[in-house]
Design a protein around this ligand. Structure first.
Ligand code: PLP
Length: 399
């Protein structure tokens, strides 16, 4: 399914608050923060000329977030950053003086952090990031996981010392349960999705993601003409679309949001012109995108900054994982988890469909930018789907 954005706000500037959250100064602040983080390095930008030629476009560049901060996904940029920012803000209040990121590991900051507990619901990757941030600064974390989150993903979160709370039902049920328990116990919710009256912290999470766009704009030989970004609640799509709109203005690329057909909450929201909760369907292999309600802030931004919305099917997600592991011509292999290559799957679907291709004005001069949002964050699942372990793919010369 494919639609162009026909929302009333389409192409309006971002609201002043959203522009500040996702703007250049904010992104610089996040980069400043990253200088104090272990394992920080720009993630690679990978060119796939073989796939570009096969798809009839000039270039395809993939920002490989599988390499981010030792966590395997772009989510490493959001939750941990928000947790650390909130602790530093609390420290400013309690100490009555400005506190800089450079004090991240100072004893008096740690003492304050020890009194704080951060909670969130997660499909896997966001919780890993919140747990890592809390662990780094010395705070506690309580991570709520629904029934569909694999044991392997849960173990990766628990490794940071977080308390794990299993919740019956779906991701959206775990969001509600985390909010309820946190309120009862005085914990701070660090959610990657937002709802009425709860916007600032999800805004900080999205602010963290803007770094990947900043890095990409430095790494790309020329700004992209088209961007395809996958969506769960819409946070990364909104962060990328919003930052590109601010950084590139009228030169911004044509931006398409890509949802799994089985959890197409952004697509249906765009079709309705207002936030829509979609009915629960069968689970999708795109586990990290299995969200049935959009983030309110993300929708507000995408209603203005996205040009089109589309869905991809289960087989598209599986095919792209295999295709990235077994590349065309001399392209390097890319290790991409179940939700990682979904934006690229959207591009391949678009170029194979003459109507979508024309609607998006894709032609041989198009320069495509996508984000591999995760590596093999669940290695067992990766092996089952691709038929190779991540190590096997690496030994074949992955990027
Ligand atoms: C690997 C991966 N890709 C994409 C997404 C979607 O991000 P958002 O929920 O911000 O739309 C997620 C969310 O958890 C994710 O983990």
């Amino acid at each position: 399914m494919f639609i162009l954005n026909s929302n009333a706000d389409y192409r309006q500037p971002l609201t002043p608050g959203d522009a500040e959250t996702l703007g250049l100064a904010a992104a610089e602040g996040v980069e400043h923060h990253l200088r104090y983080r272990e394992n920080h390095a720009e993630t690679p930008l990978i060119s796939l000329p073989g796939l570009a030629a096969a798809s009839g476009v000039a270039a395809i560049h993939v920002k490989d977030e599988g390499k981010r901060l030792g966590l395997g996904s772009f989510k490493a940029l959001g939750g941990a950053y928000a947790v650390i920012r909130i602790v530093l803000e609390e420290a400013e209040v309690r100490l009555g003086r400005p506190v800089d990121m450079a004090e991240l590991h100072a004893t008096d900051i740690r003492k304050i952090a020890e009194t704080m507990c951060f909670a969130c619901a997660t499909d896997g990757n966001h919780g890993r990031s919140v747990a890592q941030g809390a662990g780094l600064i010395g705070a506690r974390a309580a991570i709520f996981v629904h029934a569909g989150v694999s044991d392997e993903r849960v173990a990766a979160i628990a490794r940071f010392g977080a308390e794990i709370i299993r919740v019956a039902g779906s991701y959206d049920d775990s969001v509600r349960e985390a909010a309820r328990v946190a309120k009862e116990r005085g914990w701070t919710i660090v959610s990657d999705t937002s709802w009425p009256g709860y916007e600032r912290i999800p805004g900080l999470v999205m602010q963290g993601y803007t770094v990947l766009v900043r890095e990409a704009l430095r790494q790309l030989p020329a700004p992209p003409t088209h961007v395809f970004i996958q969506s769960g609640v819409g946070g990364i799509a909104a962060a990328v679309a919003g930052h590109l709109a601010i950084a590139l203005g009228a030169q911004r690329p044509i931006f398409t949001v890509v949802d799994p057909a089985r959890a197409a909450c952004l697509f249906e929201t765009a079709r309705a012109g207002h936030p829509v909760t979609v009915p629960h369907a069968e689970p999708t292999v795109m586990a990290m995108l299995e969200c049935y309600e959009p983030s309110l802030v993300a929708w507000r931004i995408l209603s203005r900054a996205a040009d089109a919305f589309m869905t991809v099917d289960e087989e598209d997600a599986i095919a792209i994982m295999k295709r990235l592991a077994n590349p065309v011509g001399n392209d390097p292999a890319v290790i991409s988890g179940e939700s990682g290559g979904v934006g690229l799957a959207g591009l391949l679907k678009a170029v194979a469909d003459p109507e979508i291709k024309a609607a998006l004005s894709i032609d041989p001069s198009s320069r495509i930018f996508v984000v591999n949002t995760e590596g093999a964050t669940d290695p067992g699942k990766y092996r089952d789907i691709v038929g190779l372990s991540p190590e096997d793919v690496l030994s074949r010369g992955a990027a």
